[in-house]
Design a protein around this ligand. Structure first.
Ligand code: CTP
Length: 429
């Protein structure tokens, strides 16, 4: 029987504080049949010695093509053309900018240009650098070029701020690399001896459990806009961050996720289906369309409870009257409609954004809206509520409640999903 072929991964390490995490990624990949060779930028060597990677990878670590001790005079060509995947952990804003613009002024950036292998980039940086239009523009360019991204997550950063920019969990990075290698070689088949792609079982990885595999999750996200006339609307401060965090976490745990998305100030996560719905009415219709194929509904949107009774066809003009009265009518309550029309096995999760008696109001919402679980938060507390990257919440079901401390919305998303999974397990008993 032919010996099982190893995946060859080129691991590029750039100069960021998260460089040490590349060591863990290297180890995880090695445990999963990968032969890893490391290339570092000069700045990366300020954070970690090449010797560490050399000892662990048992391969020469490439930093500089011209270094006299470099055993291969055209290393960037040989390295780049002998790998099955180029993985960058961590990628800095600078390296991303160089890749996006085809700048090849050091070993790693030359390797990117000289390689035909799939590329996966796991960025880590300060939130402002991550959000900068230049960085986002470069990322969009690279995505259009077919580069895969393992997006950073929200959490406490090296600069002691809380925000998006933290390197994704190393297990998830390794899992996504193996997924690409697995599917790639399954497709091409011939590249493997003994069909080793079919033997692909990342069981040595301590993966985030794929405990939502088979679930189809529908999440409402963001705020709705209720038109007054062609130029004005009533809305709220919702950013969409909490709903998107839940969507992203669920997708990473194996679920197929659809977001029905109102007005948001952040982009949706990757690998989820996005349905746009601006008003409560549009959101209601979009949800009801998707409901038959949904197994878990999560209402994270800040849906307007009332909308103008009539939408003026023309812009309302200023008059001599000091007071203008708008007549409002109730919008459909999406969450109640979902729970009152539930098919067998549908789990329904709601959110309760409150300013006082948080747990009390949340419990009455749980009962009134016939929910399985409600996530309650006091939006008046610092670090909680709209447009922050963090939240302080309590998760309430019919038989228990869990009060959680301040944490990133992404961490909270996983806590909510942990409870959803427990609920599922109990209801299946
Ligand atoms: N919700 C909904 N459709 C609406 C209003 C709210 O689906 N028309 C959902 C929200 O997505 C959230 C939950 O209901 O999951 C709580 O919304 P909230 O507006 O806080 O509750 P209400 O019952 O409207 O009560 P109140 O505004 O008085 O707190």
């Amino acid at each position: 029987m032919a010996e099982k072929r190893k995946f060859r991964v080129g691991l590029g390490v750039a100069g960021g504080i998260a460089a040490y995490k590349a060591i863990e990624v290297l180890r995880l990949l090695q445990k999963n049949d990968c032969d890893v060779q490391v290339a570092m930028t000069k700045h990366a060597t300020e954070f970690i010695q090449p010797l560490t990677f050399r000892a662990l990878s048992e391969n020469y670590v490439l930093v500089d093509d011209y270094a006299p001790e470099n055993p291969d005079p055209i290393a960037h060509i040989n390295f780049s053309q002998n790998i099955d995947l180029l993985l960058i952990v961590p990628a800095t804003a600078n390296l991303i900018a160089k890749f996006a613009n085809g700048i090849a002024d050091d070993f790693l950036s030359s390797t990117y240009l000289a390689s035909n292998a799939p590329v996966m980039i796991a960025p880590a940086m300060n939130t402002t650098m991550w959000n900068h239009l230049a960085t986002q523009r470069n990322i969009e360019r690279l995505k259009a070029d077919g580069v895969h991204f393992v997006e950073p997550i929200a959490g406490e950063l090296a600069c002691k701020t809380v925000g998006t920019g933290k390197l994704e969990d190393v297990e998830n990075i390794a899992a996504q690399v193996l997924q690409i290698l697995g599917s790639r070689f399954e497709v091409s088949g011939s590249k493997f001896d003994n069909g080793s792609a079919n033997n692909f079982e990342p069981e040595t990885l301590n993966l985030k459990p794929q405990d939502l595999l088979g679930e189809r999750i529908l999440v409402t996200v963001g705020g709705t806009r209720e038109a007054i006339d062609p130029v004005r609307f009533i809305s709220n401060h919702s950013s969409g961050k909490m709903g998107f965090a839940v969507a992203e976490a669920a997708q990473k745990r194996g679920a197929k996720v659809t977001v029905v998305c109102g007005a948001t100030s952040v982009a949706p996560p990757e690998n989820v289906e996005v349905v746009k719905a601006i008003s409560a009415e549009e959101m209601f219709r979009a949800v009801m369309m998707k409901l038959p194929e949904t197994s878990i509904f999560i209402g994270a949107a800040a849906v307007a409870d009332y909308r103008p009774r009539t939408i003026e066809d023309f812009k309302i003009k200023k008059t001599d009257q000091d007071i203008l009265i708008l007549e409002l009518e109730k919008t459909p309550d999406i969450l109640s409609n979902v729970s009152n029309n539930r098919h067998d096995g549908l789990l329904v999760v709601g959110f309760a954004a409150e300013t006082n008696d948080v747990v009390g109001y949340a419990k009455s919402k749980l009962a009134k809206k016939n929910l399985d679980l409600v996530v309650a938060n006091d939006i008046t507390q610092p670090g909680a509520g709209f447009n922050t990257d963090t939240n302080i919440a309590a998760i309430i079901t019919r038989d228990h409640e869990i009060e959680l401390p301040l944490m990133s919305k992404r961490e909270l998303a996983d806590k909510i999903l942990d409870e959803v999974v427990k609920f599922r397990q109990v209801s299946k008993l």
